[in-house]
Design a binder for this molecule. Structure first.
Ligand SMILES: CC(C)(COP(=O)(O)OP(=O)(O)OC[C@H]1O[C@@H](n2cnc3c(N)ncnc32)[C@H](O)[C@@H]1OP(=O)(O)O)[C@@H](O)C(=O)NCCC(=O)NCCS
Length: 163
């Protein structure tokens, strides 16, 4: 039986380092060429960068805890577009050995509730065209293509489809 808990973190939170560590693992797994350094160095650089972004406001950093262990992260920021507020999913990650057990889907559903509290109009994200698993995942959650560039799809899910 899964015992899940959402933890929102920040630099003063005791689990800030756990968030950074999972982020670095995510970057290294997904973009090994862009992140050739070791995990400690990636963590150090991201610590500084993320603190700055967080200070700008409108950002939520979340850990998903399953039975006392952190199994995933999400980094979401709010963006005001012509009066509509969109939640952008910048990072979303479930640890490799925890996948295909619906944790990603449940994590997303929990985050939708956070979006509702922030009165968002919809959720947006971008995915590289070669990330087939991620594309399959977001499509399974009802995301639709709103645009594309040479190497990315831009996905959207309007909240009226979520409520
Ligand atoms: C994408 C990711 C978050 C999915 O997490 P997950 O917990 O395994 O996903 P779920 O078990 O909730 O899967 C939900 C649905 O997504 C689709 N899906 C998930 N993994 C898939 C895979 N490997 N192949 C095909 N479809 C997949 C399926 O439709 C699945 O439903 P099903 O299991 O009933 O068939 C996870 O694979 C991950 O962290 N990948 C690396 C990081 C990443 O790509 N993040 C997204 C950044 S945009």
């Amino acid at each position: 039986m899964k015992k899940l808990r959402l933890v929102q973190t920040n630099p003063k939170h005791k689990d800030w380092n756990a968030y950074l560590s999972l982020s670095a693992t995510y970057f290294k797994e997904n973009w090994p060429d862009l992140f050739p350094k070791n995990l400690e160095e990636i963590i150090k650089e991201y610590d500084t960068k993320l603190k700055k972004r967080l200070a700008e406001g409108g950002r939520g950093l979340f850990l998903l805890e399953e039975s006392g262990k952190y199994v995933g992260i999400a980094n979401i920021y709010l963006s005001n577009e012509n009066g509509d507020v969109f939640a952008y999913i910048a990072e979303f990650y479930i640890l490799p050995d925890k996948r295909r057990r619906s944790l990603g889907k449940i994590f997303f559903e929990i985050l939708v509730k956070w979006g509702k509290q922030n009165e968002v109009t919809g959720i947006k994200l971008e995915v590289s065209k070669n990330k087939e698993v991620a594309i399959s995942f977001w499509r399974s959650l009802g995301f639709e293509i709103a645009g594309e560039s040479l190497d990315k799809f831009y996905y959207i899910k309007k909240y009226e489809l979520i409520r």
